[in-house]
Ligand binder design. Structure first.
Ligand SMILES: N[C@@H](CCC(=O)N[C@@H](CS)C(=O)NCC(=O)O)C(=O)O
Length: 228
């Protein structure tokens, strides 16, 4: 298997955590995509994923799977013992619902904040984003505020149960974890009063599959290129 990704980036980090949790890391070849040079928007990449985003999983028979949830489903079910995406209809439904909430209430607004409210990944990407860049910063800033407003929901839930979908660590927790790391590096840390959310994050970051895989968002070399 090959995974097209970029070390440190938040959605790729989701899959690296899944690979570690499922003991699959040594079966994968990572192919690094240069996001700052807009490698993900070039024709050769768009032929693999028309949405122009990483990660993308390529199986040995050539099948290409994009979207972190779809890749997670595949990897989690490979051994016939899914642990991250649910073992029965009820678990599957709750995990999918909660992971989508983590995307919609946090990961997606943070992504918009990062790309529009801050310098994001730099100028090379602009032609693929908004046709008219005026107003982008204001919209991105509003999306950042939405992300901050989304955090208390998860705090309140995690004050009552150990993980997002209930008693067990799942794909929903991985999405929320990546979203919080992305929020923090983008300048949207967890507010002090959200103690249950902070405690959950600290507990999850200590899980063996998660430790050191949270993603610092950009590799030091990428940060240096952006500030050059
Ligand atoms: N819905 C996608 C989101 C993927 C995504 O946003 N990937 C980011 C990296 S963290 C990306 O490729 N960004 C570059 C861009 O927006 O051009 C998924 O679940 O995998």
């Amino acid at each position: 298997m090959k995974i097209y990704d970029r070390e440190g980036a938040p959605n790729p980090a989701r899959i690296r955590i899944v690979l570690a949790e499922k003991g699959l890391e040594d079966q994968v070849e990572f192919v690094s995509v240069d996001l700052i040079a807009a490698g993900q928007k070039q024709d050769s990449f768009l032929a693999m994923n028309p949405i122009g985003k990483i990660p993308v999983l390529e199986l040995d028979d050539g099948l290409l799977i994009s979207e972190s949830t779809a890749i997670t489903e595949y990897l989690d079910n490979l051994d016939g013992h899914p642990t991250l995406t649910g073992r029965n209809p009820r678990e599957k439904a709750v995990i999918h619902m909660m992971q989508r909430r983590a995307e919609m209430l946090l990961l997606e607004p943070v992504d918009d904040y990062f790309h529009y409210g801050t310098p994001g990944l730099g100028k090379a990407l602009r032609p693929w984003r908004m046709p008219d860049w005026s107003g982008a910063k204001e919209w991105g800033t509003r999306r950042g505020a939405q992300a901050v407003r989304g955090m208390p929901y998860f705090n309140d839930l995690l004050a009552k149960q150990p993980f997002l979908a209930g008693e067990a660590f799942s794909m929903a927790d991985i999405t929320l974890f990546a979203a919080l790391a992305f929020a923090e590096v983008s300048g949207l840390p967890i507010a002090k009063e959200l103690t249950a959310l902070a405690a959950w994050r600290s507990r999850v970051s200590d899980l063996p599959a998660v430790k050191n895989r949270s993603g610092q968002h950009l590799l030091p070399e990428d940060l240096a290129r952006l500030s050059a």
